[in-house]
Design a protein around this ligand. Structure first.
Ligand code: HEC
Length: 131
């Protein structure tokens, strides 16, 4: 009995994790990939974040009048996986969680840059107890 239930939960988790990527493929989006072997570095990411993201997401990830805080439960890894960062930068984001409007794509920010930025955001989220 307990075993079956656990198995169902695992199946549900697998479905929950595979569905978003299916819908991404269905829309024909390419998922940008960082260079093989890249070691994402939060210190590098912090600088890049300051240059490209802080004007909207806030210097300390706390948000601004132009964009939401990334230190928010909405953006914890289980709800917005690392791939969400790559897709946001590549394709932009249609406003769906907030009232700030859309986020435009940032073609000058490379997939390697995004991997560093994501490492920085995850490190700060962890410090803030968002995991
Ligand atoms: C011009 C303002 C602006 C800039 C610059 C900007 N963003 Fe955003 N971003 C937004 C807004 C607004 C949203 C929220 C959209 C919503 O869900 O309502 C958002 C949402 C996101 C999301 C959530 C995506 C999702 O799937 O819901 C991520 C991740 C993100 N931004 C990452 C970044 C990163 C990384 C950078 C820098 C490389 C960046 N943003 C630069 C405005 C900006």
């Amino acid at each position: 009995m307990g075993k079956v239930r656990r198995r169902l939960r695992v199946a549900g988790l697998i479905a929950a994790f595979s569905l978003p990527s299916l819908s991404v493929q269905a829309q024909g989006w390419q998922v940008p990939k960082p260079s093989p072997g890249l070691m994402p570095n939060p210190a590098v990411g912090k600088k890049l974040f300051g240059t490209h993201c802080a004007s909207c997401h806030g210097v300390a990830l706390q948000g601004s009048d132009k964009g939401p805080p990334l230190l928010h439960r909405i953006y914890e890894p289980s709800h917005h996986a690392d791939i969400a960062f790559q897709l946001a930068v590549k394709n932009g984001v249609r406003a769906h969680h907030w009232q700030f409007g859309d986020m435009a794509p940032l073609p000058q920010v490379t997939p390697d840059d995004v991997a560093h930025i994501t490492a920085y955001v995850r490190a700060e989220q962890k410090k803030a107890g968002i995991r």
